[in-house]
Structures are given as C-alpha cells and as structure tokens.
Design a protein. Sequence first.
Lengths: 409, 176
Amino acid sequence: MSSPAATATPAAAHEGSGWEKLPYVLVVAGLIGLVVGAVSDPKQFGYSYLVAFMFFLSICLGAMFLVILHHLFDSSWSVPIRRFLEHIAFLTPVLGLLFIPIAWLAPQLYPWMTIDPHTDHALHVKVALFNPPTFYIMAAVLFGVWTLLSYKLRSWSLKQDATGAVECTFAMRKWAAGGVFIFAFSLTLAAIYWMKSLQHQFFSTMYGVYYFAGSVWTTLATVYIIAMVMQRRGYIPILHRRQFHDMGVLLFAFTVFYAYIHFSQYFLIWNAAMPEETFWYVLREQGSWWAVGMITVFGHFFGPFLLLLRIDAKLNLKLMIPMAIWVWLMHYLDMQYNIMPVYHPTGIHFALTDLAAMAFIGGTLAIVFLKYFHAHAPYPQKDPRFEEALGHGASSSADAASEHPGDED
Amino acid sequence: MSKPHGIIAEFDTPADVMAAARVVRKAGFKRWDVHTPFPVHGMDEAMGLKNSPVGWFTFVGGVTGYTTGMLMIWFQNAFDYRLVVGGKPLFSPLFAFPVSYELTILFASFATLFGMLFLNRLPCLYHPLLKNRRFAQVTHDKFYVVIETSDSKYSETETRKLLETAGSKHIELVEE
C-alpha cells in the first residue's frame, strides 16, 4: 500500500518497521546455534556454514549480475529496482568477512588441502590451482574484485542522485562492460574453489555456469519479493506491473536455463561414462541423495516451469510468494546436493547448524542491507531512463498496479 | 446495395478511437474491431481484449512433440529393432531427451503458426473492407472502428447513433 506521502517525497531517511528487528533475532539465535555446533562437531559446522555461505553468495552475485545487465542493455524497466540491487551486490565485502570461518576450517573441509600431491595424480595435475597459498590468495582476490566492482557501480549511481550528470551513467556502463568479464571469471573460480574442489578429481566445464544459473534464478525470486515489499510499504511507489512482469519472465527464463545447464552437465557425463567424472554423480545417487536429485529434476525445473508458463501467473502474488519460498528451498537443496555428500555420503542429513548458519549469515546480510537502504534514496532519483521506466507502467493504470501487480488480468 | 458486411466509423486521432473503443466495448458488442495505421498503446485494454489463446496451441504442440520423440526412440531402439549402443540401456529418457526436446520446439512452433492462422481465420482471400475506398486511409492517417452486422447487438439505426455519440464524423455501411 503506497501512501501518498511517500509518493510525494521519496526521501533518503525513512522509518523502519518492527519486522526490521527480525534480522537481529536471527543473528543472535544463529550465533548461539553455530557456537554450540562448532564445539560439538566442527566438521558438520564447517559444511553447514559453507552451504549457507554459498547460498547467500548466490544472491549477492546474482544482484551484481542484474545491475551489470541493466547497464549493458541500457534497459529502462529495471531503473526502479536497481538501487536495492546495488546494495545487495555491495554486500560482497560483508561476505568477505563471513568467509573467515571457511578459511579457518578449510584444511578440514577440503580433503585436497592435506593430501600430498605426489601421491595423488588427480591433484598433482591441478596443483597449480589447488594448493593452500593459492586458495587463500584467490579468496582475497575474489572478494577484492567483487568489492571494487559493486562499490563502483553503487557509488556512481549514488553520485547521480546528487548531480544528475549523464557521465555517471557512462561510467557505470564502462564498469559494467568490463565487469561482466570479471564477473564471469570470478564466479566460476568461486564455484570451483569453494564447492567443486570438495572432490578435486571431478571435471566439469559447466560447473561455473551451473552455479551461476541457479544463483540468478534464486536472486530473481528474492528480488521479486523485495520489490513487492518495497512497493507495498511505499518505499518505491514507481514499481508497476511492467517490473513484476519482467522479473517474472526472467525467473521463468532462468528456470529453463538452469535445467538446460544441469541436464547438459549430467547428460554429457552419463553419455561419456568416464569414471573420473561419473563418480561425482554416483555418489549423489546413494541413499536419499537420489531423492534429492529427483526433487531437483521435478521441483527445480518441471514444477516451476509449468506453473510459470502463463503470463498472468507471473503477476499473481498468490502463486509468486509461495513460488519464491519454494525457489529458496530448491536452491538450498541444490547447494546441499553439491556440498554435503562429501560429509554425509549415505544420504541427506539435516543438522541444527544448517539452520543456524542460514539464520546467522542471512541475518547479518539483512542488517547491513537495511542499513544501506535507509541511508540512501530507495531508487535512482535522476537516472536518464527514469521517465521511460515510469512510462512502462503508465499504460496500465498505475494505482491498480500498485495495490496488486496482478489486478490488470 | 447488397447485404451489408458492417458499419465503419472514422476517427482522426488515436485518443478519439480509443475513447470510441471503450464505448463500443461497454455497449457489449462482440464482433467488432479497431483498425489503425500503427499500434496504439493501451488499445488492448480499451477493447477489453484478453491474452491470446494461441499459447494453448503452442502448449499442446509442445507436449505432442515431446511425447512423439520419446515414443519414437523407444519404439525404434527398444522395441522394433533392439540394439545396444555404447553399452547404454536399450531405452533411457536421457539419450532420448535432446531429440524429444528438438521435436517439442518444432511441433510447438508449427502449432503456434497454424494456431495463429486458424484463430485469425487466415488465409483470407477476400475481405469486404478492402474494396471500400475511404477505408484505404487506414494505412495513412485515419482510425476506424468496424462493427459487423452479424453481431447480435447490431441495429442499423442504434449502432450508427452510438458511433455518432462516440465522436465519429464519418460513418458508412460497407457491403458484403
């Protein structure tokens, strides 16, 4: 529900609601759970934490990708959602701090760290990448690169709020054009180092893009809900049917894209039937991991695909809110599927630290995000494409759309 | 004059024809259309047009294509001429998928194209509107609302009056 006052003055300072205390509760509860878990079972703690970390890294990198995409395509529809995407992308330095437990426990989590490469041929041929110093240097480089890129994209955008200068748009475009290459390489390296190297013998040229596809999928569902909340609370009254439609369409596209990528990875390995590749999936067909694989096929792809096929479905909040929750669950299972079989080879196993890690990392990021959000204007104020973005919503009656994005249908 | 096909009303601006479209929609006509020299944003809503049903043709075509692909490969490799290739099972949805997927797209595109033609009643080799001289301006700078006589709400005097009150300066009957 957009209040007229918020529409008139979208000021930088706006009041939070009681819900904004929730992240603090999550952080405290998560921290207690993690400390208990770390003391009783440090290895389980490490893997649980890694799953949650990779889950939230997905959303931060996904948001960075959407900002880059906005500039590369010079799009107008995404102007209203760009500011909070810039904030989410700039959570990467916070993730850099949250990486410390993983860096600390790395020798316990990644078996290759403690194996002598001279006794393991698979490791020996990859030793240029897989050796402890490179692991730590690479982590520092990755977080450095992401921080720089997201900082630049955000600071030029904030600068434009004040000056309205078109140079800011040009600068952001340059950072986006160079950034998309850095993004692709850095995301791939992150997926290889932090997830794939858990089984260092494995080969898959699609692994990076596989993580990317799932990440952007999850990000789009998250962004859809954030946009809905921002619109209802009146922070971003310029959000219209068009924005929700396009986010829904992209979510649908990435539903298919993820399936395409994951199927291709599986299909090529299945068809070639080479032991140094098949062992990865063979492990994931043991016990209840087989069921998780099936849930991925039907729950990650077929279900969402069929439900999102219709145009009006993408605007129907009764479908989209449960869908977003489902997307989170599916992506979380996907992260479990990639990481946990190393520690629990006989089947999926839920631990208290799984929940605690999600609560802690999610809560921490939410606190910083809300801090960012309240410190700046809720959407780009003087973007050259601003009028155009409004124009997209003008054709459908704006007031109806702001109450409920699906009213038009 | 032979049996009339419908009544056409001319308008000078997109805004005028849009307002007229709303009037005609509210009057409850079913067999009518708006013709403009270029796409007019918001006309779908003004006319009350729903999302095109052509998507259902696409969906059915896609499902047919997928099923055809799977059945075809199962029939050929695992039933009619059993042949082991590369140590793989006689049938698996995995190796059958790429072909089934291609057939999904092929059949879905055909169904979309032919479904569109069917719903638009195309090809149409003759249309009464095309021999009306005045109507030819629709490709230049005029906007038309056309109501067909086959519409159950149609009445020669009442419909003409309705279009006049909607603001048309030129109304005429078009013969079949």
